[in-house]
Write a protein that binds this ligand. Structure first.
Ligand code: GLN
Length: 290
């Protein structure tokens, strides 16, 4: 990259360098870093290909490319990512929000308590809130409810609070470093949503380095069959939900059958599975009997 000066040249050099290091999506990563640097949208970069970068900009770009070449996810380098049309701050305190989790949020928003002109002010709890992307997106879309994001990581809770403040979420959105039974009485919650760690440990160990070495293990590794945390969440939810309350879970694509059994054992009815954009089982929903 030493000789490169214009944006076009820098992007080509960065792309080639990252590819040479075996990094996937090298062009996309280079463009995301450059658009952050030039404070423009990625699609606008082509208008600036002939722009000559300053020494400072070149140095910053080199730093970013070096981190990406070491396998760090680009969202941690730029410090943000888009989710449900909002820009969330992300760093190693929490999982990077994934596109498939948008489907989970969309399903919650379609729930009869949150859709339409419902007069009720539902209590909605997000277990394992991480960056807060799920509960904040729901709250911004439906300001009428009461929203609580829980996480056992105090660092993640701080990040979620920073996101809520930056995105202008109101006082109806709160966070706590706690597990569900510590903080809520039985039969008090209308809607529970969770994207728990669900990857079986053996599969987790085989994940690409940019995920395994950078994102929190506790956000991804779900134990021997991937369902350790899922089991707890389902049991806790069956206690905390009001009769007829709604549960929304993101799952691994081979877990629909096992999760359905766990839900049935816990008294959850009307169980449905939804597929992600790749046609794989990804979301399971149900209602507590009552
Ligand atoms: N709720 C956060 C998300 O969906 C974090 C999930 C997790 O840590 N497993 O991105």
């Amino acid at each position: 990259m030493a000789e490169s000066k214009t944006l076009g040249e820098v992007l080509n050099a960065a792309d080639g360098y990252l590819k040479g290091k075996g990094i996937e999506n090298a062009r996309l990563i280079s463009e995301l870093l450059a658009s952050r640097l030039l404070n423009c949208r990625r699609l606008e970069l082509c208008l600036n290909f002939k722009t000559v970068l300053s020494e400072k900009q070149l140095a910053a770009m080199r730093r970013g490319i070096k981190r990406a070449a070491d396998g760090e996810p680009v969202q941690y380098i730029t410090g943000d990512t888009e989710f449900m049309g909002h820009v969330f701050k992300v760093d190693k305190r929490a999982l990077i929000p994934r596109p498939e989790t948008e489907l989970l949020v969309e399903k919650v928003l379609q729930c009869e308590l949150l859709s339409g002109k419902s007069e009720v002010h539902p209590v909605v709890v997000d277990i394992g809130t991480g960056s807060g992307c799920i509960i904040i997106s729901i709250a911004l879309a439906k300001p009428g409810g009461r929203y609580l994001g829980l996480d056992i990581s105090a660092e993640a809770i701080k990040l979620a609070q920073e996101n809520a403040a930056a995105l202008g979420a109101g006082p109806e959105v709160a966070f706590a470093c706690a597990e569900l039974p510590d903080i809520l009485d039985p039969e008090t919650v209308d809607v529970i949503v969770a994207n728990p760690p669900y990857i079986p440990t053996a599969e987790y160990k085989a994940l690409p380095v940019h995920i395994r070495d950078h994102e929190p293990t506790t956000a991804l590794d779900g134990g021997p069959d991937g369902l350790d945390v899922m089991r707890m969440i389902i049991q806790d939810s069956a206690m905390a939900l009001k009769p007829g309350g709604f549960l929304f879970l993101e799952i691994g694509h081979q877990q629909a059958g096992a999760v359905k059994t766990l839900l049935e054992e816990a008294g959850i009815r009307h169980i449905e599975t939804c597929k992600d954009l790749n046609g794989r089982d990804r979301i399971v929903t149900g209602r507590l009997a009552g």
